[in-house]
Design a protein. Structure first.
Length: 428
């Protein structure tokens, strides 16, 4: 240590405290059917959807975009039109000041929650004062060269065989012995709740119409729901994943990967997968975007912004990558522990309906009051624009807390790789 000067600093004369991260506003587009030639949004550029919600935040709240410290965006398929930092490009397209930087992240389906957790955490740490969190996904875009989970890494697949999400959903239902009839009833209830929410205008506060460049309306309503759905009509649908389960994805050298069924059986050799999921009890393929405006308490007071909610706690949790979809339950328990709250304290729960078994198992494992969970329907009825869904759900919970005079809401969702982010917000 000779010759090295060691500087000693005095103890700080102030107490370190965590700042509040305040939600000022939440907006989203309607969800359009995610198919070229059929969906009302499919002809637009993904940056256009991002621009739509970012513009709406400014129009509704009147803040100076030069004050935005960052735009944190979730997008799962970051290639083609969705590549090249969609968050930054959408902000520029929206006319934000060039000082407002932007980033884009990928936590698969959990990207939208994660983007907002990062935005909130930056404010809670005292490093930033005004941040936008959000996401965009256009599932109508057919991306070439997309790899199966694990991106063809044979060594990783030996350690953690990772299958197709739909096959994983069927595997979990088989392991848990949850029959198709229960899952179909769950899906029909989601459609019923979504239809009621739309009829009563429960989404109106956050819903922003998407306009074409010429000012005409591209879409101003939810396009995916099928309110006429019944348990009987769902029972007539063929399972979606038997053929996918037996598909052997080819490598560039012509060799074949193990089938998705074989990957699960590699870890669970005695499991016989019964195929119980189909288009009606799985999340809808849609296009959409959402954004949330976050501010520190000091910034909000100084600029006359009224807070609608604050963050109580955030968390991330990993679980078995082979089954992939089971992390929401431990994520919810972790974020409740972080917040110092019990399950009984939560007024509104939102668990993304990636597949019926995910939300069904979540409610069973936590023994939840089903009248508090996904009260306005979920992705089985409304659709799941991958990178945007988390931001949509946070806004949905906020609107519902205000409508029902609730206090706490918990939002979580499964994500590829066996993960789940979670967040608890408190209405103020």
């Amino acid at each position: 240590m000779s010759g090295i000067e060691v500087r000693r600093y005095p103890e700080p004369c102030y107490e370190l405290t965590m700042a509040d991260a305040l939600i000022i506003d939440a907006v989203r587009t309607p969800r359009g059917i995610g198919k070229q030639g059929k969906g009302a949004l499919a002809h637009l550029h993904p940056q256009h959807l991002g621009r739509t919600v970012l513009e709406a935040l400014v129009e509704r709240n009147g803040f100076d975009t030069a004050d935005v410290d960052d735009v944190v965006w979730g997008t799962s398929a970051q290639m083609g039109p969705q590549g090249g930092d969609l968050g930054r490009m959408s902000a520029l397209d929206a006319g934000y000041d060039v000082k407002a930087s932007g980033m884009t992240l990928d936590r698969f389906c959990g990207s939208g929650i994660t983007a907002n957790n990062i935005a909130a955490n930056a404010i809670m740490a005292g490093m930033e004062d005004l941040v936008v969190g959000g996401g965009t996904e256009m599932m109508s875009i057919k991306h070439k060269g997309m790899q199966p989970m694990g991106a063809g890494n044979a060594h990783l697949q030996e350690l953690h065989p990772q299958s197709h999400q739909g096959v994983c959903a069927d595997a979990i239902a088989s392991m848990e012995k949850i029959p198709r009839e229960v899952l179909d009833a769950h899906a029909a209830e989601s459609q019923k709740r979504a239809a009621r929410a739309i009829a009563e205008g429960r989404f109106d506060k956050s819903l922003i119409p998407v306009l074409n460049l010429d000012g005409t309306v591209a879409l101003d309503r939810e396009e995916f729901p099928r309110p006429q759905t019944t348990v009987e009509s769902l029972a007539a649908l063929a399972p979606s994943f038997p053929a996918i389960a037996d598909y052997e994805h080819p490598n560039e050298d012509g060799t074949l990967n193990p089938s998705f069924r074989a990957l699960i059986n590699q870890k669970y050799p005695d499991l016989e997968i019964e195929h119980v999921h189909h288009a009606g009890n799985s999340s809808g393929v849609v296009d959409g975007s959402a954004a949330i405006l976050w501010a520190s308490e000091d910034y909000a007071k100084a600029h006359g912004l009224k807070a609608r909610a604050r963050v109580v706690a955030t968390s991330n949790m990993g679980d078995d990558p082979t089954l992939m979809l089971n992390a929401p339950v431990p994520a919810a328990r972790k974020v409740l522990d972080r917040a110092g709250l019990s399950q009984d304290d939560i007024d509104i729960w939102e668990i993304n309906e990636a597949f019926a078994v995910v939300s069904e198992k979540f409610q069973r494992d936590l023994d939840l009051d089903r009248d508090k969970v996904n009260v306005n329907g979920g992705a089985m009825a409304l659709g799941h624009p991958i990178g945007a869904t988390g931001a949509i759900l946070i806004g949905t919970v906020l609107d519902e807390l205000e409508r029902t005079d609730g206090q706490f809401g918990l939002i979580t969702m499964c994500a590829g790789g066996g993960m789940a982010p979670a967040i608890i917000i408190e209405r103020v």
